[in-house]
Design a protein around this ligand. Structure first.
Ligand SMILES: *[C@@H]1O[C@H](CO)[C@@H](O)[C@H](O)[C@H]1NC(C)=O
Ligand SMILES: *[C@@H]1O[C@H](CO)[C@@H](O)[C@H](O)[C@H]1NC(C)=O
Ligand SMILES: *[C@@H]1O[C@H](CO)[C@@H](O)[C@H](O)[C@H]1NC(C)=O
Length: 351
């Protein structure tokens, strides 16, 4: 009888600890994920052993209620003691295994700054309904952004910057109604921006510089009333600047430099909330608008390398602040009206 009870208690304890550790299917998925990667210097995967992947596995955390894997957080640049001991940043090769798509409750997937991870973003990640964060910055991923990315209705962060992605921006992207932070910088993404980009109403940062985007800047961007940072620089965008960008409530940074943008500078940009404005290296023509007033506050206003002509407008002296003004390499003439405005490349500006 005594030994019978003892066995029952042992069984119960076994069940309880099994309930509190990660399910075997999540553990198996993590081990398959790990097998496709090679991290030679830090040993971050040395802790991935034993049955309970929810405790002590470096970069893995589980939901406290469901005990399912919720976060994978592997950063190659970190202040973790592991990195300090090794005196180096992380480096990892291999690929991102589609096995991660078996982690049905995954909410955050960060595999960032490992420099050497190649291969595609597994397209099956769009079947993970709880995903909120995808951060794969700083690897060597190729292929395109999964075409049905728009299914991830909870996604708030999509950061795939500094990779080697190509392909178009998927049309479904504008269905990401929770998206706040979009970072596609420094890839080889081509094609046009979706005309309905403005559907991304929650977006506050849209960083798409250093790609191969063509076509016009969609007018609908100005409907994104939370957008504070728009960086479309170093692409091949053409057409003119939508004047409505100057009426946006919180837009503070507008970088359109290094494109093929033509047309004139909308007067609305000059007395807007924008305080970093870079329009350098385009084909912008006409006059600098005479619409400076006390709302004009620019840390940076770079209008250099365009086809601007005429004089620097008189109203520039009514700007509250202009920190860095560059109007060089244009066809400007005449005097600089305000002595208190610091002009970079003063002489060139008058050529
Ligand atoms: C966006 O979502 C709507 C509604 O769910 C759907 O009908 C449409 O096909 C989606 N668009 C794309 C391009 O996936
Ligand atoms: C862009 O990515 C390339 C490699 O893909 C890298 O060599 C370069 O330094 C990156 N540029 C910037 C400005 O980060
Ligand atoms: C503006 O953009 C140009 C071209 O990309 C760049 O060279 C320049 O440094 C930028 N200006 C400022 C002030 O950042």
């Amino acid at each position: 009888m005594g030994s019978f009870l003892y066995i029952i208690i042992l069984l119960l304890l076994g069940i309880i600890s099994a309930v509190h550790s990660c399910p075997p299917s999540d553990r198996a998925a993590l081990l398959t994920f790990r097998a496709a990667l090679n991290e030679p210097y830090l040993g971050i995967f040395n802790s991935w052993k034993g049955y309970d992947c929810c405790h002590g596995w470096y970069g893995v955390s589980c939901d406290p209620i469901t005990h399912r894997v919720a976060d994978i957080n592997l950063r190659g640049e970190s202040e973790d003691p592991l990195f300090e001991k090794a005196h180096r940043t992380g480096y990892m090769t291999g690929t991102i295994s589609p096995a991660i798509c078996k982690l049905e409750r995954l909410s955050s997937l960060t595999i960032a700054d490992w420099k050497g991870i190649t291969g595609p973003i597994p397209s099956c990640i769009t079947s993970l309904p709880f995903l909120r964060i995808i951060d794969l910055i700083g690897n060597k991923l190729t292929g395109s952004i999964p075409s049905d990315i728009g299914r991830l209705s909870r996604l708030t962060v999509l950061n795939v910057a500094e990779n080697r992605l190509s392909g178009w921006i998927p049309r479904s992207l504008t269905n990401l109604s929770s998206l706040m932070h979009l970072d596609l910088r420094n890839n080889s993404i081509y094609g046009t921006l979706p005309t309905n980009f403005g559907k991304l109403r929650m977006l506050s940062r849209a960083l798409l510089s250093r790609n191969r985007l063509t076509g016009r800047i969609p007018y609908s961007i100005s409907y994104i009333y939370r957008l504070s940072d728009l960086d479309l620089s170093l692409n091949k965008l053409s057409g003119s600047i939508p004047p409505s960008l100057g009426n946006m409530h919180v837009l503070a940074t507008l970088n359109l430099d290094g494109n093929h943008i033509s047309g004139t500078i909308p007067p609305s940009l000059i007395n807007s909330r924008i305080n970093i404005l870079n329009l350098s290296k385009n084909a912008i023509e006409g006059y600098i608008p005479d619409s400076f007033d006390e709302r004009s506050y620019f840390m940076v206003m770079d209008l250099s390398h365009n086809k601007l002509r005429g004089r620097i407008p008189k109203s520039i002296s009514s700007a509250t602040f202009i920190g860095h003004l560059d109007v060089s390499h244009n066809h400007l003439c005449g005097q600089i009206p305000a002595e208190d405005v610091s002009l970079k490349d003063r002489k060139e500006s008058l050529i």
